[in-house]
Ligand binder design. Structure first.
Ligand code: NAI
Length: 519
């Protein structure tokens, strides 16, 4: 390519399924001319009908004025042959997810379009560099990864292949903004940003379930109500469906050469084989009756309060928060002795350790030890998580449950786990986000933007780590790693360095961002 300026007014969309028609919708509404092409001619008609209905519905709801609706529809035309894409400034493919088929399409497109036409792929799992390698001009090939449903998921990843001209990506960043989307820029690495960052929640959620720590529903409740996510890992997997999620989990794991952070779980393979695929088949991790998720009810909390409670001072802030919580919610006596009295319930507040390790490290009577997760603020919490050692007696477990539920906040009691549920899932999410930054796949700001918009998390992984304290996240991971010896939990250097230096996880190296001044 010789020209480095790209004026994009006419777009070809090849593949008019779920993604192609969504992209067509936002492009036509932004005033771009859109040509639809699909090897299945009926898919083109179906996409036009769909767009006509969608624009009419938006108009009826008052979300779109009549004139704009008519103009948008008039912008869309069908192409009977691929040769009709000849005058396109950009062609976006959203066809079947197969490398050889996409390569063949791009080779064919090169014989049709002008030398100034940009070629973009909506692939979510293939390498842009590999697709471009089939082209005589790989510099004009980029990734343009939208999310489903396109009009509602207002983020798009712009992916530079190794030979992509940066000006091509720049032009697609501008175009995304014109279409009302937020673009983020990513390197050509497996999963790009969003599908890479999303490994934390589902693989760690599956690992918690696989260790027998808690039920699927309990893990979801904790992630929603305690950690503040919109959906827990199993609700999310039911929504995306295992026929999609399971192969993605395996593919990203293998593409990173069996990186332990991404290890999938045998749970999903078995459930997929058994047809427990998700919401769309009526049964996944939950059952669905008339489309409604069936959630097993929680057992009522016990009511027998402990007479006295001793709270570990190993983590002073957590000690203070637990004492405050107990003070607010019940009239039980606080045992403030250096060691617990013989009849006191013993509460520990580990970070990344299991209740057993906390009990042993602090030389406590494990039969009376119950741990509470104090990563998120306890006062004002929507849910508390408690866990027991294998030696904890039922009377201690139930007394702790009654105590922490007495203020009306629901409590989930789990089995022993390094990092409860929320700590380990959140720490894994932050750690993977940090690794994406470390690998320079995207800027810290783009990582957080992509994750909040693409995954609907309340905060991006780096901002989440900052909010909870980078040193706390580092402690959780180091402790998990020391107990389990599993390299999955080794802290990302991005996290470890910034936590130790007291820097924000969103900060790039200072030398890269500060203006040059005399030392
Ligand atoms: P889809 O199955 O709904 O639509 C694909 C369309 O492409 C069909 O109409 C088919 O007839 C047509 N097609 C297949 N091969 C073709 C060829 N060689 N030339 C022209 N047309 C061809 O698929 P969907 O869900 O729209 O996905 C399309 C692409 O978008 C895939 O690459 C997928 O990985 C990617 N993607 C999908 C997302 C999703 O959630 N569905 C999210 C992000 C990316």
């Amino acid at each position: 390519m010789t020209s480095r300026h790209f004026s994009i007014e006419t777009i070809g969309i090849v593949g008019t399924g779920a993604m192609g028609r969504g992209i067509a919708q936002i492009a036509a509404l932004a005033g771009l001319k859109v040509r639809l092409y699909d090897t299945n001619p009926s898919a083109i008609g179906a996409a036009r009908d769909y767009l006509a209905e969608t624009f009419a519905r938006l108009t009826a709801k008052g979300k779109l004025d009549q004139a704009r609706s008519l103009a948008a529809l008039a912008n869309v035309s069908g192409a009977h042959a691929i040769s009709e894409l000849v005058d396109c400034d950009l062609v976006i493919e959203a066809i079947v997810e197969k490398l050889d088929v996409k390569q063949a399409l791009f080779r064919e497109l090169e014989t049709v379009v002008s030398g100034r036409c940009v070629l973009a792929s909506n692939t979510s799992s293939l390498s842009i560099t590999a697709i471009a390698a089939a082209c005589s001009d790989p510099s004009r090939v980029v990734g343009y990864h939208f999310f489903n449903p396109v009009p509602l998921m207002k983020v798009v990843e712009v992916i530079d292949g190794l030979r992509s001209d940066p000006a091509v990506g720049d032009a697609l960043m501008d175009l995304a903004r014109r279409m009302g989307h937020t673009p983020v820029r990513a390197k050509d690495m497996p999963g790009f940003i969003v599908n890479h960052a999303g490994r934390g929640m589902n693989t760690e959620g599956l690992r918690v379930a696989g260790e027998g720590v808690a039920s699927f529903a309990d893990i979801d409740r904790i992630m929603r109500e305690q950690a503040g996510f919109r959906l827990g890992p199993f609700e999310l997997l039911d929504l995306t469906a295992l026929d999609v999620s399971h192969p993605v989990m395996e593919s990203i794991y293998h593409q990173f050469y069996e990186e332990p952070r991404f290890t999938p779980s045998p749970i999903t393979g078995t459930r997929l084989a058994g047809g427990l695929i998700g919401r769309k088949t009526g049964e996944g991790f939950y059952r669905y009756v008339d489309g409604k998720q069936q959630v097993p009810a929680e057992a009522p909390a016990p009511t027998e309060l402990p007479k006295s409670v001793w709270v570990s001072k190993r983590y002073p802030q957590a000690h203070e928060a637990v004492v405050k919580l107990i003070g607010e919610t019940s009239g039980v006596t606080l045992d403030d002795g250096a060691v617990p009295a013989a009849d006191s319930l013993i509460v520990v507040t580990p970070f990344g350790h299991d209740a057993t390790t906390a009990a042993v490290d602090e030389a406590l009577d494990a039969t009376r030890v119950v741990a509470i997760d104090a990563l998120f603020p306890l006062v004002g919490a929507q849910r508390h998580t408690l866990m027991t050692t294998p030696a904890t007696r039922r009377v201690a477990r139930d007394a702790a449950h009654a105590l922490f539920a007495s203020g009306g906040v629901p409590v989930t009691v789990i089995r022993d786990s390094t990092g409860f549920v929320a700590q380990r899932v959140v720490a894994t999410i932050v750690n993977i986000g940090c690794d994406i930054a470390q690998k320079q796949i995207a800027t810290p700001d783009d990582i957080d933007l992509a994750v909040t918009l693409g995954l609907g998390y309340p905060r991006g992984p780096l901002a989440l780590g900052d909010a909870l304290g980078a040193t706390t996240i580092l402690t959780i991971l180091r402790n998990m790693f020391s107990v389990l010896g599993d390299p999955r939990y080794r802290p990302s250097p991005w996290l470890a360095r910034r936590a130790q230096l007291g820097l924000s996880l969103t900060q790039r190296d200072a030398a890269d961002i500060q203006p040059e001044t005399q030392p």
